[in-house]
Write a protein that binds this ligand. Structure first.
Ligand code: PGA
Length: 255
């Protein structure tokens, strides 16, 4: 059986309760349950629980944008995997480039987060991606390989991990990778996963593309054989745009 497409929306630090409810209702009302695609929305932490309630009983799942690896304790400002679970999360994003770059999260740190989240039963969306400087210095593949190795211990249950390839130069810039650029890296990631985890895992793991995905470029990117869906930032803040990307994934990946 083929890989089921997956589209996740990363709200980043946007929305308060009233706007979030409106957005979620728009999404819920426009979502066609016959679309064969998994959908997740990742709001800021204070909105996780109320947004989970908004989509209760629907196919739309909620995810967090970050997690800490300790179960509890004196970690001011942090949130544990168990807390996310109890707030209604199914997914958590780990290793987003904004966490790596702005908040200095290292590979060693991210590896612990991935393992702790999986242990608690969360599904992980693990992000990798090169900067513009790294791409221009032909270091893309090396960087992706390093980030995969750092974040994913060989002993983890990979069936609950999704990888998101997000070139840093494409995030929030309006400059997306071309389908060929995306396919090249996605194929490399799949090959690498095959080498470390095995051919079955490589065939089953979903690899999302992220970075300026919008309704107008979704089809080209999602048509690539190794692109299994999208991690969407800016465009997921408008219900119709996000729905358009979701329906494109349902159509392109299953036709
Ligand atoms: P963008 O963000 O779609 O706004 O480029 C994607 C992301 O950071 O996940």
């Amino acid at each position: 059986m083929g890989r089921r497409p997956f589209v996740a929306g990363n709200w980043k630090m946007h929305n308060t309760l009233a706007g979030a409810r409106e957005l979620m209702r728009g999404l819920r009302d426009g979502f066609d349950t016959s679309w064969p695609v998994d959908v997740a929305v990742c709001p800021p932490n204070p909105l996780l629980y109320p947004m989970g309630k908004e989509v209760d009983g629907t196919a739309i799942k909620v995810g967090a944008q970050n997690v800490h690896f300790e179960a509890q304790g004196a970690f001011t400002g942090e949130i544990s995997p168990e807390m996310l679970k109890h707030a209604g999360c199914t997914y958590v994003i780990v290793g987003h480039s904004e966490r790596r770059q702005i908040f200095g999260e290292t590979g060693q740190f991210l590896r612990k987060k991935v393992s702790a989240a999986l242990k608690e039963g969360l599904e992980v969306i693990y992000c990798v991606g090169e900067t513009l400087n790294e791409r221009e210095n032909n270091a893309t593949i090396r960087v992706i390989e390093r980030q995969l190795g750092e974040g994913l211990e060989a002993s983890i249950d990979l069936s609950r991990v999704t990888i998101a390839y997000e070139p840093v130069w494409a995030i929030g810039t309006g400059r997306q990778a071309t389908p060929d650029q995306a396919q090249e890296v996605h194929a490399f990631i799949r090959e690498k996963i095959g080498g470390v985890f095995g051919p079955r895992e490589a065939g089953e793991i979903r690899i999302l593309y992220g970075g300026s995905v919008k309704p107008s470029n979704a089809e080209g990117l999602l048509s690539c054989p190794d692109v299994d869906g999208a991690l969407v930032g800016g465009a997921c803040l408008v219900a119709d745009d996000f729905l358009s990307i979701i329906s494109t994934a349902a159509r392109t990946k299953t036709s």
